[in-house]
Design a protein around this ligand. Structure first.
Ligand SMILES: *Cc1c(COP(=O)(O)O)cnc(C)c1O
Length: 328
């Protein structure tokens, strides 16, 4: 079996693509490094974000009346985008949400993504024991056609969304004469980085990809990226990316998933005040903190950097004023 075209794989048609690829002149001046941004926050559906790309493939064969069950943290962007995809496709949506971030106040438990999940008509199951809750929910839905989507939409099929994205921005950047030499992207369940590596390989783009770990240890993230990249490559009938291409830094995680760092808060303000870009406190804000630190250290001198804005801004409203530098 030879290479398989991405277009041969069914897709649900969920997003606004291509998303914009934009220069960031004021941010570039500030950092002394040429920075571009890929606006994956503008993917359109349900306030946008990177999961729309994955769901486009994950739900490519779903039909109205089917059921979807997926998993996430309470303020999961993936859960919100899944709820939106279900609304759009006429699917019944069950979200199994765990309080993995140590925040139990009213803002965190009712605003941000949770508010939008409810607006979109999803069934929310908040639980400390997602495995047991899944068994109960699945049992109650017996007999229905059910799509079980892993956390973050990260399996081989979901990662294909970022194969498509990486091919898209490579095409755009080549048309603009501005192909990136470095890509900076937040990495949590790893599907976004995995798909990116496979996509870049397919179009012979040689950019270095820096995954910024925001969830688990860099070792665990690397392992997840390797497994997902191998799976996505196999779906497309090509070999996996070289192990040496998988790079994840754990330096910007701070105390853990969803816990703000001072560098993240500063980076949110810098992106907002130089370019009008609204990032999020859990993922893209920590990736931005990495970009700022690497640039200021001189590690990106003479590179053309592409920052992937993966979305997530609805999460800001659950975090509140503490993530605004000088906001208090
Ligand atoms: C899910 C998410 C990510 C990370 O994507 P993975 O494929 O899970 O690594 C990055 N940014 C935002 C805003 C997200 O919601």
């Amino acid at each position: 079996v030879g290479p398989r075209a991405l277009d041969a794989i069914p897709r649900a048609g969920l997003g606004h693509w291509p998303t914009p690829l934009e220069p960031c002149p004021r941010l570039s001046d500030e950092l002394g490094v040429e920075v571009w941004v890929k606006r994956e926050d503008c993917s359109g559906l349900g306030l946008g974000g990177n999961k729309v790309r994955k769901l486009d493939f994950l739900l490519g064969s779903a039909t109205a009346g089917d059921v979807v069950i997926t998993f996430g943290a309470l303020q999961s962007n993936h859960a919100r985008q899944t709820a939106a995809a279900c609304a759009r496709l006429g699917l019944e949506c069950h979200l199994i949400l765990s309080p993995v971030v140590p925040r139990h106040d009213e803002l965190y438990t009712t605003s941000g993504n949770v508010l939008v999940d409810r607006l979109l008509g999803a069934h929310l199951h908040v639980t400390d024991d997602p495995v047991r809750t899944f068994e109960q929910v699945a049992a109650a839905l017996e007999g229905r056609t059910t799509w079980v989507i892993p956390a973050g939409g990260s399996d081989a099929s979901g990662a294909l969304g970022y194969v498509a994205a990486a091919e898209e921005w490579t095409r755009q950047s080549r048309e603009m004469g501005a192909e990136p030499t470095v890509v900076v992207v937040a990495s949590s369940t790893g599907g976004t980085q995995a798909g990116t590596l496979v996509g870049l390989k397919r179009v012979s783009a040689r950019a270095r990809v820096i995954g910024v770990g925001v969830y688990q240890s860099p070792e665990a993230t690397c392992e997840a990226v390797a497994t997902l990249a191998a799976g996505a490559a196999a779906e497309l009938g090509i070999g996996p990316p070289a192990p040496s291409a998988i790079e994840v830094t754990g330096e910007f995680l701070g105390e853990g998933y969803g816990i703000p760092t001072p560098e993240m808060v500063k980076a949110l303000a810098l992106f907002a005040r130089t370019e009008g870009l609204v990032l999020d406190p859990v993922y893209s804000g920590k990736a931005a903190a990495a970009l700022v630190a690497l640039a200021r250290r001189g590690d990106l001198a003479s590179e053309r950097v592409l920052f992937i804005h993966t979305g997530g801004a609805p999460g800001l409203f659950a975090y509140g004023p503490g993530v605004v530098d000088g906001g208090g």
